[in-house]
Design a protein around this ligand. Sequence first.
Ligand code: AMP
Ligand code: ZN
Length: 482
Amino acid sequence: MTLRLYNTMTRQVEDFAPLTPGRVSLYTCGPTIWNYAHIGNFRTFLFEDLLRRWLEASGLTVFHIMNLTDVDDRTIQAAAKAGVTLREHVEPYAAAFFADRDYLRILPAHAYPRATQFIAPMITLVESLLAKGIAYRGDDGSVYFAIARFPAYGRLSQLDQRELRSGASGRVSSDEYAKEDARDFVLWKAAQPDDEAVKAAWDAPFGRGRPGWHLECSAMALDLLREKWGGDVLDIHCGGVDLIFPHHEDEIAQSCAHTGKPDFARVWMHAEFLNIRGAKMSKRFGNITTARDLKEDGVDAAALRLFFFQTHYRQRLDLNDESIAQAVAGLRRLGDFAARLEAAPAASSGAVGAAATAELEGAATLLREQFTAALDDDLNAPRAVAALFDFVTAGNRALDRGAGASGPAREAFRWAAGVLDVLPTPKAADAELAAWVEERIQSRRAARQARDFAKADLIRDELAARGVTLEDGPGGTKWRVG
Ligand code: AMP
Ligand code: ZN
């Protein structure tokens, strides 16, 4: 089976084959760092994390770029309101984003370009579009993209002309009268007093100003791709569904008009929205949950990962207290089983033990097959999670019947749980206990070597008093709680 992915561009699930065999370039639109990212943003980032991990688990080398939007209307307004520079305003939110990313166990991207660090490539891109006659300077000194001069416009969003017109306002432009066509979007915004006040304005041959949001992703993706990877077409480009139009449509227009290539990315993937307690998440409505809120509530990141992966990324999802509680219970089950499987003693003797071990290993083979088939099928994480829980059920049954420690079973479970990264986070107290137990085991071994068996027994009792059981085997001493 090969990996198949749903491509928003074609509205179909297609076989995935990267442009260069074995290598995948992945661009994911990152957070706008005007505030803390909310848990809805992280639904999209966790989908992208799983995509990245599955590409890698499939033997592909991934070059992952995630931008941080540090210049846009929201960051400038927030900085101006706080009376600080743009940089001063966004810096703590960038740091918070990385901390939240680590809490949620999201693998770091290979590059985190920020718009303010890529002003030169953005200027070059605007100049290229002006030279080609696809961009023009409006009456207000801003530079706009002329949609009428790019016939492929609208291919990704498949909106009709009327819808395109109504969608063109809002986040993309402020002054309708300066444009030749209401649908045109801004590439470079003429500097305003607020931009100057927060130090978010740059000189350019076509006038002082700052980049439009869409331009940032095109310029950064093309620049990093060329420099670090080669080529000017991405293998996969991702974001949430709200980015299909206008953001990704505009990225395609700018990039393809510049490169002359028919595609900016070969596969476009979009995660559906997370709603919180039934309502659409928005800071305006005040129903915002950030990753740090959940962390402070003591929610294990692994439970959140499990919760997100139990719904397909193309399906809407609702976050509420009950769904979190369910994920926490599921996580406990996984954690208990993981401990039991790791601590399983040698098989009980005779044919019964051997049959149970064979049953356990059969279940492990099934896990590998089902897990792979699920994720290969447009990243069907809910089916992959179900395969993992089926293995827990079958594994517990086999262990009840006396199945013994099995390398293949442990490896299959570690592998599948590792791809999703959904095993419980060891608690600090657990880590402390583990360090203490290891130290006691060393002392006991030393006592035994010195033939001081009374002391060795004393240490065993000391461990037992804290619920720790020891098992001496050929590979050394193993321990478990309970
Ligand atoms: P922003 O910080 O608004 O630029 O968004 C960062 C990413 O989060 C984008 O890929 C958005 O599409 C995505 N996103 C925003 N809100 C949600 C939500 N409620 N559920 C899922 N993804 C979201
Ligand atoms: Zn983007």
